[in-house]
Design a protein around this ligand. Structure first.
Ligand code: PRX
Length: 656
């Protein structure tokens, strides 16, 4: 089982933090919600769906034909209308929707709900002019600029599904995603700002589109003003096409099950999966969890989710949840250290952020940078802190609460996945007394069960595999173009249950601890990358014979990618030395997948450790990568191989 070092031991942490009394007294959700949902789970979700604006009411709450669910059957709505028009109609058009903060200092834009509606309407008209119709797919490859949000909502408005590809993915990754989705339009930018300089995006699109003949149009945002190649007839500047469109757009209501987006995520094979989400159920759970888990007061809170729109957290808790709830939020383009390592805290101070939602990796980085930086800023506006993406170790949880939250803000650790669409396991800040490092338990309306290897429930205490044994509104509706993979990946290991791929344990007080992935998916800084995906990238290099990739514990990023590689011929045959070749391979992986998948370390070894039946022994490689005492090697075909690899690692470590 892949898990964070020490987490098991620390999960015996028994200290509790009670909800602050003033917060509990005015909380949006009380303990009654658990009882209400337990008494009638479907009625509970129907009540939450009622918080949205529907054009036609549903006739059935859920149609569950395992493993296929339809929620709010017969209901129709428009997702963008729920995120924009209804707030403007309610008199909140002048409320700021986005305080956008660019990476270069002073580069900011504020967009009210009315202004966002105007821009989304114009973009919806522009997409229609480009021939996009309801049911089509649009690929979005943008930096963290308001146009990313505008594009997503414009697609939703016309019933087209977006497929957002994180800007850190390569041209090859774009080809795979555009082709699988069958996207006909791509929205991109000349580039974006990252780590203090302008980086390019459009060249990757240009390269990708040489292999995607079905893409007919590219809409390009001018962000950095760098020179770009231009395909006449295919490419359109955003400012030329969008700005001349009518400012209003009359939105049609779509079926509750209208596809809203595809989001590609790593599985245990090399090919990323297009996770399909639809409209009514997804928006219901995003909006309700965002309102309940952050105890959101839309009229007074300033909310900041630091995730990129390229990941599911950006979809559900930067775009759909917050905008459906009509809150004011901050959206920041850059890295935490752009313009100084206290950039985030200066943003919190300036915009009086009251709710912050981020990942443990970021928290651990700030821990390394020291308390003085946040200490030098006024963070008194904060009232709730959220964590997501990977297990948060109790130390980081405590630091977050004490240093960032001034010992007064509850920390909510939220467990969920691209596939679940919205939060599933989390405390409620006005209700739950929290244990540092634990996501505590399922939210009202959500049913989880920890099971052993045979699929038997472990009951109230004990460890095993996390499963979901009842459907939930925001659940994925399938894998695009691959129904058998949908059934195999999630529903076959434990029949009748959704298998999340995570290990979990109930402690003695029936509190839930998430223990990390139990499959070949690594979690690097909260980003999911499969070992097979990186292995495929490595063996696509002409000189690589075999590759085995593992996730090794890393103090900051949770896990780090370590690759073991054998070459064709011998190491001595390499024109460049071993070190140089390792660098070449890292660059090769960045080209094939993207810089986020670059291994931290590549070990060129004479052979890989295999069992007598020829299976690579990953468990051993993890031990080697973590420089741990090696376990039993008796099943190895050749135990000397391990010694040889271990020596290579030792030599590399000695070199520093
Ligand atoms: O292993 C779990 C981990 O992240 C995986 C889902 O990754 P992704 O689909 O990219 O979505 C990330 C953002 C929701 C899960 O299978 N994970 C996510 N949140 C937590 C977590 N592990 C422990 N605690 C969490 N709070």
């Amino acid at each position: 089982m892949t898990q964070q070092t020490g987490l098991e031991a620390l999960s015996s942490e028994s200290r509790r933090f009670e909800p602050p009394a003033d917060l509990a007294a005015k909380a949006n959700v009380s303990a009654d919600a658990y009882e209400q949902a337990a008494a009638d789970r479907l009625a509970f979700w129907a009540e939450q769906a009622g918080r949205l604006e529907w054009a036609t009411p549903w006739t059935e709450i859920v149609d569950w034909q395992p493993p296929y669910a339809k929620w709010f059957v017969g209901g129709t709505l428009n997702v963008a209308v729920n995120c924009l028009d209804r707030h403007v109609a309610a008199g909140n058009g002048e409320r700021v929707a986005l305080h956008w903060v660019g990476e270069p200092d002073g580069d900011t834009r504020d967009l009210t709900y009315a202004e966002l509606l105007r821009q989304v309407s114009m973009t919806a008209n522009a997409l229609t002019e480009l021939g996009v119709q309801a049911g089509d797919r649009v690929c979005i490859y943008l930096p963290m600029v308001p146009e990313a949000v505008i594009s997503m909502l414009a697609c939703a408005r016309i019933g087209a599904a977006h497929s957002v590809v994180f800007g850190g993915f390569s041209a090859q990754a774009l080809v795979d995603r555009i082709t699988d989705a069958g996207a006909k339009v791509v929205i991109t930018a000349d580039g974006g700002y990252r780590r203090g300089s302008a980086s390019a995006l459009k060249p990757a699109v240009d390269e990708a589109l040489e292999r995607c003949p079905d893409v007919t149009a590219v809409l390009v945002v001018k962000r950095t003003r760098q020179d770009v190649a231009w395909a006449e007839g295919r490419d359109h500047w955003w400012a030329d096409l969008v700005d001349r469109q009518p400012e209003s757009h009359s939105a049609q209501a779509f079926d509750a099950e209208q596809p809203l987006f595809l989001l590609y995520t790593s599985g245990t094979t090399g090919k990323p999966k297009g996770i399909l989400h639809t409209s009514g159920g997804y928006l219901t759970q995003c909006a309700w969890t965002h309102w309940a888990v952050f105890d959101l007061k839309p009229e007074s809170d300033v909310y900041w989710c630091t995730a990129d729109v390229g990941w599911v957290t950006g979809h559900s808790y930067l775009v759909y949840g917050p905008l459906a709830n009509g809150v004011t939020q901050v959206m920041y383009e850059g890295t935490p250290d752009a313009g100084g390592r206290d950039r985030w805290w200066s943003i919190v101070e300036q915009y009086k952020v009251s709710i912050l939602y981020t990942a443990p990796t970021a928290i651990r980085t700030f821990m390394k940078w020291g308390e003085d930086l946040p200490g030098g800023r006024d963070l008194s506006s904060l009232r709730i802190l959220g964590s997501v993406g990977e297990p948060i170790n109790p130390e980081a949880w405590m630091w977050y609460r004490r240093v960032i939250g001034g010992d007064r803000c509850p920390v909510v650790d939220t467990w969920w996945q691209t596939e679940t669409g919205a939060m599933m396991v989390s405390p409620l800040p006005g209700v739950t007394s929290c244990k540092p490092g634990s996501a505590m338990g399922p939210l009202p309306g959500i049913s989880v069960d920890v099971v052993d290897g045979e699929g038997r429930s472990v009951g109230e205490t004990g460890g095993g595999f996390l499963t979901l044994d009842e459907p939930w509104p925001a659940m994925l509706r399938g894998i695009w173009n691959d129904d058998s993979r949908y059934r195999d990946t999630y529903w076959s290991r434990f029949p009748g249950r959704y298998f999340a791929g995570d290990g979990a344990k109930w402690d003695d007080e029936h509190v839930l601890w998430l223990l990390g992935r139990v499959d070949d998916v690594m979690n690097i800084s909260g980003h999911r990358i499969s070992t097979t995906e990186v292995e495929s990238a490595l063996v696509s290099h002409p000189k690589v014979a075999e590759a085995a990739v593992v996730g090794a514990s890393d103090e900051t990023t949770g896990q780090a990618i370590v690759a073991f590689v054998t070459v064709k011929g011998t190491v001595d045959d390499l024109e460049s030395g071993g070190d140089e070749f390792a660098q070449e391979l890292r660059a090769h992986v960045a080209k094939e997948i993207g810089p986020i998948a670059k291994p931290r370390q590549i070990v060129i070894s004479p052979e890989l450790p295999k069992t007598r039946s020829g299976k690579i022994m990953r468990r051993l490689l993890v031990d080697i990568a973590e420089r741990r005492e090696l376990g039993d090697v008796t099943t190895l075909a050749d135990p000397a191989v391990v010694q040889a690899i271990d020596d290579t690692m030792g030599a590399a470590a000695a070199k520093g």
